[in-house]
Ligand binder design. Structure first.
Ligand SMILES: *Cc1c(COP(=O)(O)O)cnc(C)c1O
Length: 220
């Protein structure tokens, strides 16, 4: 199973109703499938792995906006800063400082989202509320350490569960944190919602949904 044109058209219309952006999550999908999506007009794609992103970036058209949505290791930042559109999963001060350092080397300001841990599961990455507060405070106090990152908002992943109320409450939590920092200039993006839960995320105010398997089919 590959790219599903009919589902794409339907999901895109739904996302646009909420004035949100559709990120097509293309990790582990073929160049051919991404090509079909591109032909349909899709320009924002999400990838989780640095090597795979670099390879796809060189093979595909230059007007694609590449979103890095995976867990990023500090030592790999330098490979993606020249072209990445938005890094969604920034979950430590060390990583944010490294992104700024690498951005500075090439005089490019890198748009970033901070990842917040909202799920009840232990496994997912992200800052807790206190760590988020501390990081944002430290950015204010030491702007010189972060001068080549543009903080654009927050990202989170809800629990993988059938319990819709739990998912909704986790998205509400993230939305309330997003509103708490809405005074920061340029802080406008709330990246939440995947194939299984994007409708809930849109209802709760997501500005970007990251949808993979619903568009492309299951991953290799
Ligand atoms: C893989 C992934 C997605 C897309 O997941 P689907 O369930 O295939 O829609 C979204 N966000 C992140 C962070 C991911 O790793």
């Amino acid at each position: 199973m590959g790219w599903n044109q009919e589902r794409f058209t339907r999901i895109l219309a739904e996302v646009q109703t909420y004035k949100a952006k559709l990120i097509a999550v293309s990790k582990l999908q073929s160049i051919e499938s991404i090509g079909f999506a591109y032909e349909s007009g899709q320009r924002d794609f999400g990838e989780n792995y640095v090597q795979e992103l670099l390879s796809k970036h060189t093979q595909l058209p230059t007007d694609i906006n590449w979103h890095f949505i995976g867990h990023l290791q500090s030592n790999k930042v330098k490979y993606i800063v020249p072209f990445v559109s938005l890094i969604h999963g920034v979950d430590s001060e060390k990583l944010l400082a490294e992104i700024s350092k690498q951005g500075k080397k090439i005089s490019r300001t890198i748009p970033c989202l901070l990842q917040v841990h909202i799920a009840s599961e232990e496994t997912k990455f992200g800052l807790d509320e206190t760590e988020l507060d501390t990081l944002i405070q430290n950015m204010k106090e030491h702007p010189e350490r972060f001068s080549f990152v543009a903080l654009r908002g927050l990202m989170g992943m809800a629990s993988f569960t059938e319990d819709n109320n739990l998912i909704l409450s986790e998205f509400k939590k993230l939305k309330s944190l997003f509103e708490k920092y809405a005074g920061i200039p340029g802080f406008t993006e709330l990246s939440m919602g995947m194939s299984a839960d994007y409708r809930f995320a849109l209802q709760e105010g997501s500005t970007m949904v990251r949808i993979g398997s619903m568009l492309f089919g299951s991953r290799a």
